[in-house]
Design a protein around this ligand. Structure first.
Ligand code: FE
Ligand code: FE
Ligand code: ZN
Length: 277
């Protein structure tokens, strides 16, 4: 069965979020750990979490992804910005220990002129502080479009980060279809070739989740503007191939398309209809 869902708001609590997922026929989903613009996370409500765990088990909802605030930059050129990102990531990881099976997705960051090497060094150093052997959560580096000085626009960036991390079993990758298309990986005409390249450089065993987004921009545009499924430059045929590809078909697929809930429900129905059981 296709594991598919979308980005949801956790502001009404965890149980409420899982109920919303069920309503739109999602069996996985993603949420922000806190307001993406920063700020303090709400205290976890133990009863809500317990009810959430029971509800999601009962309805086979799994493969949750918690998304770190995208404004954090763990490899900033400013020490206080790096420190703030580190403290936020650490607090998020501590909280996620209470939510079994939830992965932690984050943007590698932007080197803001320090250079790729320095940026990668800073990211790896931070991950070596954050990822301990006791941690049950797996952190996911997201593939990026490579806009500005963003790190993660090349599969090689991710490989180099992983190579420098001690507890590599706590680190995986989330592949965003809009981002890699914008970064120049042609998943429309050569999905097999792109996935072979990913396997050669990073390793498909590292791939833990997919962000399923169409792109408002053409191949290699380095823009990162998501479009609804089938209405962008990636297009429906490519999404049919993506959800059915043997290397991807069992992973959780998360929609981050510009939609209200009803739009997400339609996209989930559309993609379920394309999936070959
Ligand atoms: Fe993201
Ligand atoms: Fe994404
Ligand atoms: Zn994006």
């Amino acid at each position: 069965m296709l594991k598919i869902g979308c980005h949801l708001s956790v502001s009404g609590g965890f149980l409420n979020m899982a109920r919303t997922a069920l309503e739109i026929d999602a069996n996985t989903f993603q949420f922000f750990t806190r307001n993406p613009r920063g700020g303090k996370a709400k205290a976890l409500d133990e009863k809500d979490i317990a009810a959430f765990i029971e509800f999601t088990r009962e309805h086979n909802i799994s493969g949750f992804v918690a998304h770190a605030p995208y404004t954090l930059n763990i490899c900033s050129d400013k020490a206080h910005i790096r420190q703030f990102a580190l403290e936020t990531f650490e607090d998020d990881l501590n909280r996620l220990e209470h939510i079994p099976g939830c992965m932690y997705n984050f943007h590698p960051g932007s080197h803001v002129g320090q250079g790729l090497e320095e940026g990668i060094d800073l990211i790896a150093a931070a991950l070596n502080q954050l990822l301990t052997s006791e941690l049950s959560t797996i952190a996911l580096l997201e593939t990026m479009s490579g806009k500005g000085s963003e790190i993660g626009g090349r599969f090689e960036d991710l490989r180099t980060i992983i190579d420098r991390v001690t507890h590599q079993d706590k680190l995986g990758v989330c592949l965003d279809t809009c981002h890699i298309y914008d970064a120049g990986y042609d998943i429309v005409n050569d999905l097999d070739g792109v996935l072979t390249e990913f396997d050669r450089v990073v390793g498909l065993s590292k791939l833990k989740a997919i962000h399923l987004n169409d792109s408002k921009n053409p191949l290699g545009a380095r823009k990162d503007r998501h479009e609804t499924i089938g209405n962008g430059h990636i297009g429906l045929d490519a999404f049919r191939q993506i959800v059915n590809h043997p290397a991807l078909r069992d992973l959780p697929f998360i929609l981050e398309t510009p939609n209200e809930l009803s739009g997400y429900a339609e996209e989930i129905m559309l993609l379920r209809g394309m999936y070959q059981e």
